[in-house]
Structure formats: C-alpha cells, structure tokens
Design a protein around this ligand. Structure first.
Ligand code: AMP
Ligand code: ZN
Length: 460
C-alpha cells in the first residue's frame, strides 16, 4: 500500500501521515449547523471527508470518526425565537433531513454524532479549566478567552496577530470585551433565549468551545485529524486550538485538512446568506440521480481546489456513473474470486495516496476502462481477466460507491429504475427508457407495461 500523504494546513505542506496509535485514526469533522437544510456546498466538504474516511479504511486503518451536530448557536437561537419554539423543536426537522441526505449520498456513517446541547457539562468544565489557568475573564456574566495569554494564536491561519479582526460569529458590540480579538466561551443569558444554569452562570456556550469539548471528549486531548471547509480555518479552528491547547498544555490536532468551496458559476462561495445554494432535496426534485450528485461532488475537483457547480457538471457525472455501470455489465465476469490488475490498482492507489488526488485516480480508471472496452469489443478476453477487471471496479467502488454490480438487484433498486424509466418516457427520452429496460433485462428483471403501470418480475 502506498504511504498516505496529506496536506496539513498547520504546516502548509504535504506530509506523510502516521496516526498517533498504529493502525487507528481518530478524526473529527465540524458541522452541520442544523439551522436549516444543509446545501450541496456543505456536502462537498462532507464528501471530501467521506473520501478521506474511506481511503483510510482501504489503507487498513480502524477509523474513529466523530461528526458533531452544532444544534445551538446564534442563527438557531434567532430562528427558533422567530418561530416561538424551543431550539430542539426547531432543529429536529433539520437533523432528520441531514441524516436522510447522508444516506442519499451514501456517506459512511461516523461512529458518534455528538450534539452540542448534550455536552454542556463538558464545555463548562473546559471553560473552568481555562479560567483556572488564567485564560479567561468575565464581563456581565459572559466569559471570554483572553487571546493575549496564548502566544501561538493565529498560527494555523498564518495571521499577523497585531492585525487580527474578530470573526463573523463573535458579537463584539454587545459585550464589553477587553480586546476585540477575544472571543466568547460562554454567553450570558439574554431574555427569551434558551439557557442553561451552570456554575459559570446562566447562559449558553459560544460556538467554538462546542467543538473543543466534543472532540476531546470522544477522541482524547490530542488526536490525529480535524477537517472542515476553508471558511472554518479562521476564526473557528484557530479558536479551537487556543481553547484546547491553553487548557491541556498538549498539542490538540496533528493534521488539519480543509476543503475548498463549492462555488456558483460566478465563482462565489455557495452559501445560505447569498441565496445561491441548492440542497440535495432540490436536486432530487429536479430528477437528478443521487449517485450523480455523489459522483460530482466527490470527483469534480481535487478537494483543495474550488469546485464550480453547474447543471453540466451533474449531467457529466451522471454519464460517468452510467459508463461505470455499463462496463460492469459488459464485462460478464465470472463470479470467481480475483485480484485487480496490479498496474491499474497501483495507479489508483498512488493517485489517492497523493493527498487524495481523486481527479487523477478517476482519470486513470477511465483510461483503463476505455482500453479494456476496446478489447471487449474485439472479443476473446479470457474469463480470468474479466474477473480481475471486475475486482478492480469493486475496489474503486469502495471509494466511489456509485456502481450497480450485476447480480440480483434488490426490490427498492428495481422500483427506483422503473420510476426513472417512467420519468424518462414522460420526458420523451425513449433512448434512456429502452436503456433501463435492457439494463433490467440483463439483471434478470422483466418489465410488463400495463394500463395500470409497469409490472415487473424476476426471470431465471
Ligand atoms: P455548517 O453547516 O455551517 O456547520 O458547515 C458544514 C461544513 O460545510 C463545514 O465544514 C463548512 O466549512 C462547509 N461549507 C460551508 N459552505 C461551503 C461551501 N460553499 N463549499 C464547501 N464547503 C462548505
Ligand atoms: Zn467545529
């Protein structure tokens, strides 16, 4: 297996990856903030995290992956107040939708999904520890982190400490902070806001302390990987480092990985604020196949490069997924166990181990498929070679997870394809409709169009 190299935001370099504990990777990913439906920009970062998670697994690591749910922060408080409901009532719908979208996009589940509201005790304990070390001060019931006590502040984002401005989620004006760079660890109760009665006083946590407390609770005071989108580098991750390291005196995270943004056609970051976003459910309603969304967000660009969202990108992804599926059928591979061909497997592994270069990995895969297809057309490819090619597809699909392997389709998949065929016919796309009928036939499913709709049965 090729040694894995990852770009570490902390050093600004690509470094060889070794976990703290041999064979076991501990990783924390930030968000979602469940103030609304997550958009596909959020899912771009989540699919980069899925790629990393899966690659670590194919490299033989046990992966302890924690993905938190930020279920109390400024926007959640404001919106729940507007609706006159408690925060957990407000967030329930978005939490449920988030898990549905994860399943739609086949994201590998994390081991734990801690909620901020379930870890107030840990947050309070961490703030008390910081207070004992002289890193905090209190103004009118709110507790702040005193940045002047943490000389390393700004190192992750490579900022000039004298020029730091506060971040978007820090309310500078409302509290009398000593230094505008200081950020809130605990915010005093305000009328009508959800609050907790704690030894720090009545109030609620600041956003940054949530992640420090939850990550260390599940992964220890020093862990391997922390990820998020580039927008989180400053101030969120900078503040997490300050809080965690000032409290423990130990290094917090060994490798910081950040995904570049999904942008709209003009290159602007996709965001709720700019209203230039689409959700997974928007795209499904437009008839985009879940696998096309997954494939586009996963392979559209290297994770450190911005990805420009467009409908052509989804069409392209859909056709790539179709080509993979058609190749799997065309191989007519015997079911014998086989290993992938060494050369293509090596090229695939090398590309991914090189800081997750999925663009190159997929490029190599399709070049190989084209050559193999030409050989299949001229005939006479021995069964053992076809079985080996199928093994390569299965290997690649441990990461891609978009291929329908020939064999028994489950009922849900048959029904989904029949529905896709119905939609294609309704749209006048008879080529696609015939293609689906043929695909189903090859997989042992016979369709019968009746006046009451399409019936299907399994044929032997
Ligand atoms: P949030 O729901 O705001 O907590 O964000 C969840 C994840 O999505 C974080 O890692 C963000 O950095 C990331 N994110 C937000 N907007 C985008 C975008 N347009 N493209 C890629 N990632 C994003
Ligand atoms: Zn976080």
């Amino acid at each position: 297996m090729t040694a894995l190299r990852l770009h570490n935001t902390a050093s600004g370099r690509v470094e060889e990856f070794t976990p703290l504990e041999p064979g076991h990777v501990r990783m924390y990913t930030c968000g979602p903030t469940v103030h609304d439906y997550s958009h596909i920009g959020n899912f771009r970062t989540i699919l980069f995290e899925d790629l990393l998670h899966r690659l670590l697994e194919t490299q033989g690591y046990k992966v302890t992956h924690v993905r938190n749910l930020t279920d109390v922060e400024d926007r959640i408080i404001r919106k729940s107040q507007e609706q006159g409901v408690d925060i957990d009532v407000y967030t329930a719908e978005y939490i449920e939708a988030f898990f549905e979208d994860l399943a739609t996009l086949r994201v590998r589940p994390a081991g734990v999904y801690p909620r901020a509201t379930g870890h107030i005790t840990e947050m309070v304990a961490l703030i008390q520890r910081l207070a004992a070390g002289g890193h905090t001060y209190e103004v009118e019931g709110s507790h702040y982190f005193r940045i002047a006590t943490f000389p390393k502040y700004g190192a992750l984002a490579r900022l000039d400490p004298t020029k730091l401005k506060t971040g978007a989620r820090v309310d500078v004006d409302e509290y009398g902070k000593d230094d505008p760079r200081d950020f809130a660890l605990w915010k005093a109760r305000k009328p009508g806001e959800h609050f907790w009665d704690t030894p720090l006083g009545a109030g609620r946590p600041g956003w940054h302390i949530e992640c420090s407390a939850m990550s260390m609770r599940y992964l220890g005071e020093t862990f391997d990987i922390h990820t998020g989108g580039v927008d989180l580098i400053f101030p969120h991750h900078e503040d997490e480092i300050a809080q965690s390291e000032a409290a423990t005196g130990k290094p917090f995270v060994r490798y910081w990985l950040h995904a570049a943004h999904l942008t709209d056609a003009t290159g602007e970051k996709m965001s709720k604020r700019l209203k230039n976003f689409a959700t997974v459910r928007d795209l499904l309603a437009e008839g985009v196949a879940p696998r096309a969304i997954r494939y586009a967000l996963l392979t559209g660009a290297h994770y450190r490069k911005p990805l420009h969202f467009s409908s052509e990108m989804l069409v392209g992804a859909d056709s790539s997924v179709r080509r993979l599926n058609e190749f799997a059928v065309r191989l007519q591979a015997p079911a014998d166990p086989a290993d992938p061909p060494a050369d293509i497997r090596q090229r695939w592994d090398d590309a991914l181990a090189d800081n997750l270069n999925i663009e190159e990995a997929v490029g190599e895969l399709f070049t190989w498929i084209r050559t193999f297809n030409t050989r299949l057309e001229t005939g006479g490819v021995p069964p053992a070679e076809r079985a080996s090619a199928m093994a390569m597809l299965r290997y690649a699909d441990q990461i891609l997870d978009v291929i329908d392997f020939p064999g028994a389709l489950d009922d849900a998949e048959v029904i989904r394809l029949i529905e896709e065929r119905r939609a294609a016919r309704a749209a006048g796309d008879f080529a696609r409709s015939d293609e689906i009928r043929e695909l189903l036939r090859q997989r042992g499913i016979q369709l019968d169009d009746t006046k009451d709709g399409t019936r299907w049965k399994r044929i032997t």
